[in-house]
Structures are given as C-alpha cells and as structure tokens.
Design a protein around this ligand. Structure first.
Ligand code: URA
Length: 218
C-alpha cells in the first residue's frame, strides 16, 4: 500500500464520532520519504476547513520552528493523533485516539522516519506513556532504530508567549542531533535511571518498577 492509497482510505473513515462533527478528514501531509515526522493532537478549525494539518496559528509557529533549524514543511511529514477535528477544539478522547491509531501506525510504517517528534502530551503519551512533558521536552530518546524528540505543542506559545523561547530552544536540540552534536538517550538507559532515582534498596519493588517502566515506554 502506498501513502496515497492509505490517505484515500483514511478520507472515508467513519470509525469514531469525530467524523460526524468534522468538515473533512485531515490525514497529514509532507514528504513520503521524510526522515522526520511531527505528530500533533488533532485538526483545529483552519485544518478542518482546508483538509491540511497545522495550517492555522499553531501551524504558522510550527513553520517558524522548522525554519529556525533550516527546514521546510515539504522536507518533513506532519500528522496528528486524530485525523478529524474534535468539536470546539476539545482534547481528543482516548477511544477516539484508539480508533484513529491504525492510520497513524500505518503512516509511520510507510514513511519509516528516523525521528518522530510528538508535539504535546497526547502524542507524547503514545511513545513515552507515563511521563510528563514538562520533564521530557527537548530530550531525545532512542529505541528500536528510531529517535523520539519530545516537544511542547506549538499552540502553547500562542497563549503563553514566554513558551516561544522554550520551544525555539528545544528545537535547537533537534538541530544539534541532526548535526551529530547530540546523542539520544536509549529508552532502556532512561528507564534504568528512573529506577535508580526511585530505588529504595528493595530488590522486589525495584524489579516491579522496572517491569512497569519498560512497559511504559512502548
Ligand atoms: N493542532 C494540532 O495538533 N494539529 C493541527 O493540525 C493543528 C493544530
């Protein structure tokens, strides 16, 4: 299956309640062979109207962020956790993300990016469940041949201006990684570190912690 075929199928999707409230499905766009894939939350008003991801105010800031490290939209792939706009821009619900998940998983499989950039906590939970974005933003993790780079959602800078700097600074870490000047931490090493921090000398509880933490980084 090609990405184009996948998106044609996706446009017909009615697997969850979001489709009935949306004007159109927004599968995602960008380079089919992109080495970097950005994953947001879900389409907003402008995306719903145009059928394109990140073309509203948050999208304009994402463009700026890309530009700040010398990238154009056409060089990356941009998708969302859910492909239809949640009514009133509410958060996507878990069952909606679950219903939409196969589309995103197939996009990842077909594009096979080297770097996945979850934008905001909903996308972050998919790759690093159980963690907090305030702690993980700007960090790079590796697992199974892929690198995950966690960022705040660009929309946060729209209602909290000081976050612009944080996002810009975080983005600079992605550039450092692309230039070979910053290495990702392996998820396994990060998990060991968490266990060490939590360690209370109780062998049994730390093993329990290890199992659950490793599951968390799915
Ligand atoms: N916010 C998102 O998460 N995705 C979009 O496509 C636009 C805004």
């Amino acid at each position: 299956m090609t990405l184009k075929e996948l998106h044609e199928e996706c446009l017909k999707c009615e697997k969850c309640r979001l489709r009935s409230g949306a004007t159109q499905v927004v599968p995602g766009e960008g380079a089919e062979d992109a080495s970097i894939m950005f994953i947001g939350e879900g389409p907003g008003k402008v995306e719903d109207e145009t059928g394109r991801p990140f073309v509203g105010p948050a999208g304009r800031f994402l463009d700026e962020l890309l530009k700040s490290i010398g990238l154009e939209r056409s060089q990356v792939f941009i998708a969302n956790m859910v492909k239809c706009r949640p009514p009133g821009n509410r958060d996507p619900q878990q069952d909606e993300m679950d219903a939409c998940r196969p589309w995103l998983d197939k996009q990842i499989e077909l594009i096979d990016p080297e770097v996945i950039v979850p934008l905001g906590r909903f996308a972050m939970y998919k790759f690093l469940p159980g963690t907090t974005i305030s702690k993980e933003h700007g960090r790079l993790y590796s697992r199974g041949g892929k690198t995950y780079f966690v960022m705040y959602h660009p929309a946060v800078a729209l209602y909290k201006g000081s976050m612009r700097v944080t996002l810009m600074e975080d983005m600079a870490n992605l550039k450092k990684f692309l230039d070979g000047d910053l290495k990702p931490v392996s998820v396994e090493d990060a998990v060991s570190e968490i266990i060490k921090e939590k360690g209370d000398g109780d062998e049994r509880s730390s093993n329990e912690g290890k199992d659950s933490q490793i599951d968390m980084f799915s």
